[in-house]
Ligand binder design. Sequence first.
Ligand code: CP
Ligand code: NVA
Length: 305
Amino acid sequence: MKHFLQFNDLTRGEFEYIFERTRWIKDRFKRYIPYQPLSDRTLAMIFEKQSTRTRLSFEAGMHQLGGAAVFLNTRDTQLGRGEPVEDAAQVISRMTDIVMIRTFEQEIIERFAKHSRVPVINGLTNEYHPCQIMADIYTFIEQRGPIQGKTVAWIGDSNNVCNTWLQAAEVLDFNVHVSTPPGYEVEPERAGLYGEDHYEEYADPMDAARAADLVTTDVWTSMGFEAENEERKRDFADWQVDAEMMKIAKKDALFMHCLPAHRGEEVAAEVIDGPQSAVWEEAENRLHTQKALLEYLLLGKVAPL
Ligand code: CP
Ligand code: NVA
């Protein structure tokens, strides 16, 4: 049994397989050909934070694969009244076949997984967002070819999405040029990195963006950190991806953002709504990549690579 709690829980070979399956699953979906290998299977989705894309892509994806998804949130379940995570894991994993969790500390999902009889997927924690980066990389490959050896510029907060890009760079062998304001630098241990070979830090965001194949960013204040919002708005003011920054990247560079976005803060409207932006394909690919992930975690390899 495999969990997907952080990006490096899967190997490069496994991602290559999942991306191959994504292509196949997406192609069938686009041609309205049903593919329902997960009939009788149930996904439990536990949300301790808000979501649009993650909930919808898992719920619709499970339905399209012939299975069912059950949405649980902290407010309406016993988790919100202090039932131990370990007990919840025992019970939920006896009634369902796979579990997706969006929560706060990574430690919570790890405790859940330790007591779960079924695979557990990280739908975002304070530290990581592996399903997002799986979709982002699939989108890059779809539009530009292999990501190996390419340069991704990360502009902004060293948050869960940034940490996951850094892990992905180690697993899939590409480079990340990171620029954060002072005081918000990458913490390699928190990011779960093996080393420091696959990323470089730049004081000036323009230097990070120079000659990049992909420029990406995220909100200045992540869920759970709202108390820091005003301070962050001041600290991050110079870390906006704008047209000038896109000009310094490669001519055919893509722009990505996991969404939701704040136009005029981390990204200028002219970039996110401009010709280099891949954000809508990126969001759609959450659906297709996660369907391939669900298939892989529940059925193993169903087709040769
Ligand atoms: N990108 C992402 O995970 O979006 P949601 O918060 O809407 O799920
Ligand atoms: N870094 C953001 C991502 C939202 C999808 C957050 O954690 O709020």
